[in-house]
Design a protein around this ligand. Structure first.
Ligand SMILES: [Zn+2]
Ligand SMILES: [Zn+2]
Length: 205
């Protein structure tokens, strides 16, 4: 066991939530993430930078890659996947907000096999980035956050995600500062909200 405890030796290390510098709040080269994961004994590494969206009005976000950076992102991850395939299994995904009008674009990325998985990042209400849920501090705003997030999870059903990605889609649901997700979901009715999540997992998985 080369000095490892049984638990260490038997634990599979994975990380599916990794940004890149394209979103403007990560540092280091894409390859650095791979090298760090290999050095730390990870068997799987998923790239899930914030998804670009094909904004029709030319909106430029301060927290996600631009659509003209998307091909570079895909190419970079694929190249690393190939180069390090003997050492680590690399997966290609994005962390996406739930914006109904772009669901078709996202669905196309999944059905064509361009992306393997999604993480739902529920940070903003519509219209695009007009309201940050981290600032939700009234019952009405928390309810809006919870409803938006649950709609996002439900939309995963329509995207026909493959089994591998189903749990990951609900793995990150945004964490407004100091407001645990389930506390806000309680406002909708805990049982109702949790039941929806369970059903979503079952149906997708
Ligand atoms: Zn993230
Ligand atoms: Zn982020």
């Amino acid at each position: 066991m080369s000095g490892k405890t049984f638990k260490e030796a038997s634990t599979i290390r994975t990380n599916f939530h990794s940004h890149t510098t394209r979103c403007q709040h990560a540092t280091g080269a894409d390859e650095d993430y791979v090298l760090a994961a290999i050095a730390a004994g990870y068997s799987h590494l998923g790239f899930s930078d914030h998804s670009p969206f094909p904004y029709e009005d030319g909106f430029v976000s301060g927290m996600r890659m631009r659509i003209d950076q998307y091909q570079d992102y895909l190419g970079s991850v694929r190249e690393l996947r190939e180069r390090y395939q003997d050492q680590i299994s690399i997966h290609l995904g994005v962390e996406a907000e739930y914006y109904e009008r772009y669901q078709g674009w996202l669905a196309g990325q999944l059905s064509s096999g361009t992306l393997e998985y999604l993480i739902l990042g529920s940070h903003y209400d519509l219209p695009e980035e007009s309201f940050y849920f981290g600032e939700a501090n009234t019952p009405a705003l928390l309810r809006r956050y919870a409803e938006h997030t649950i709609r996002g999870m439900e939309s995963a059903l329509d995207l026909k995600l493959r089994k591998f990605v189903s749990v990951l889609y609900v793995a990150e649901m945004g964490r407004p500062q100091g407001i645990p997700l389930f506390d806000s979901i309680v406002l909708l009715g805990r049982e109702r909200a949790l039941q929806r999540i369970r059903t979503a997992r079952l149906r997708v998985g």
